[in-house]
Design a protein around this ligand. Structure first.
Ligand SMILES: C[S@@+](CC[C@H](N)C(=O)[O-])C[C@H]1O[C@@H](n2cnc3c(N)ncnc32)[C@H](O)[C@@H]1O
Length: 254
C-alpha cells in the first residue's frame, strides 16, 4: 500500500480518521490479554505504541487505574484521542503524544506495561521488540498483536494485500521465536475472534465508505479508491480463515 498516490492517502485517511479504531481488536480481547499479565501494580505506567485514534487506549483506561502515554505519528489521530480523553474526563490519565515510536524520547526502563495493537509491524519485530523491552522496567509486560498466516493455501488477492502492507508477515511460531530471540518471556498468546475485526473496525469502515460514496458520487477516482478500501472487508469475509491477528503477552525477565 505504501506506493499509493497522494489521492489514495487523502481518501484513506478520510475513511480511517472517522473510525473508532484503525485495526482489529476489541475490549474483551484486551481484557483477556491483560488478565495474562501477573504482578501489575495497582496503577501501572502504560505506554500504548501506535495507538491510532486510541480505541484500545480508552479500553485500557477503563480496564486499569493506570496512566497511559499513547504514541502515534499521525497527528489527526492524536488530536482526536486528546479531544475524546478530555471529553471523558480522562485528560489526567491519558497523555497522547505525536511521535515516531522508534524515537519517543521517553525514559527507558520505566514502564510497567507496553501495549501495541497492530502497530509494531511498521518497525519490524526485530527492531520493535528490543525497543519495547528497553522501555520496560524489569518484570514489566509487553503485550501486542501481530498479523500471522494460518494457511499456506492463500488466494492471490489476500497474499498480495499482505505482501504490500506487511511483507515480513510470518506464522505464530515465527513471532514466538522473535520474542525469545529478543530476551522476552512468552506468557501466552491467543487469536482475536472474528467479531474483533468487525465490531469497531470493518463494520464502521463499511458505513464510512457508504457515507463517502455519497459525497464523491461524481468523482470516479475517489469511487475507485473507496472500492479498494471496501474490498479489504470483503476479502476478510471470504478468506479471513487464512490469516489472523494474534495477541502475544510477554514479560521482560525481572
Ligand atoms: C493498524 S493501525 C493500529 C492503530 C491502533 N493501535 C488500533 O488497533 O486501532 C497502526 C498505527 O500505527 C501508527 N504508526 C505507524 N508507524 C508508526 C511509527 N513509526 N510511529 C508511531 N506510530 C506509527 C499508524 O499511524 C497507525 O495509527
Amino acid at each position: 500500500m505504501l506506493d499509493q498516490s497522494p489521492r489514495f492517502w487523502e481518501i484513506f485517511f478520510e475513511v480511517y480518521e472517522a473510525l473508532p479504531r484503525q485495526g482489529p481488536g476489541n475490549r474483551a480481547s484486551a481484557a483477556r490479554a491483560l488478565s495474562l499479565c501477573d504482578g501489575l501494580p495497582a496503577a501501572p505506567g502504560i505506554l500504548d505504541m501506535g495507538c491510532g485514534a486510541g480505541g484500545q487506549t480508552l479500553h485500557l483506561a477503563d480496564l486499569t487505574d493506570g496512566r497511559i502515554v499513547a504514541v502515534d505519528s499521525h497527528a489527526p489521530f492524536i488530536d482526536r484521542l486528546k479531544a475524546i480523553a478530555a471529553a471523558r474526563g480522562l485528560g489526567g490519565r491519558i497523555r497522547p503524544l505525536c511521535a515516531d515510536m522508534a524515537q519517543t524520547g521517553l525514559k527507558q526502563g520505566s514502564f510497567d506495561l507496553i501495549w501495541s495493537e497492530g502497530a509494531l509491524y511498521n518497525l519490524g519485530l526485530d527492531a520493535a521488540l528490543p525497543l519495547c523491552r528497553d522501555h520496560l522496567r524489569p518484570g514489566g509486560h509487553l503485550v501486542f498483536t501481530d498479523a500471522v498466516w494460518r494457511s499456506s493455501d492463500v488466494p492471490d488477492a489476500v497474499r498480495q494485500g499482505f505482501e504490500q502492507d506487511y511483507p515480513a508477515m510470518g506464522w505464530t511460531h515465527d513471532v514466538c521465536a522473535a520474542v525469545a530471540r529478543h530476551g522476552l518471556d512468552l506468557r501466552g498468546h491467543f487469536t482475536l475472534p472474528d467479531e474483533a475485526w468487525w465490531q469497531d473496525f470493518y463494520t464502521p469502515m463499511q458505513a464510512r465508505v457508504r457515507e463517502l460514496r455519497e459525497k464523491y458520487a461524481h468523482d470516479v477516482e475517489a469511487g475507485g479508491i473507496l472500492d479498494a478500501i471496501h474490498r479489504e472487508t470483503e476479502l476478510h469475509a471470504a478468506h479471513g480463515d487464512c490469516y489472523a491477528y494474534e495477541f502475544f503477552v510477554t514479560r521482560r525477565p525481572g
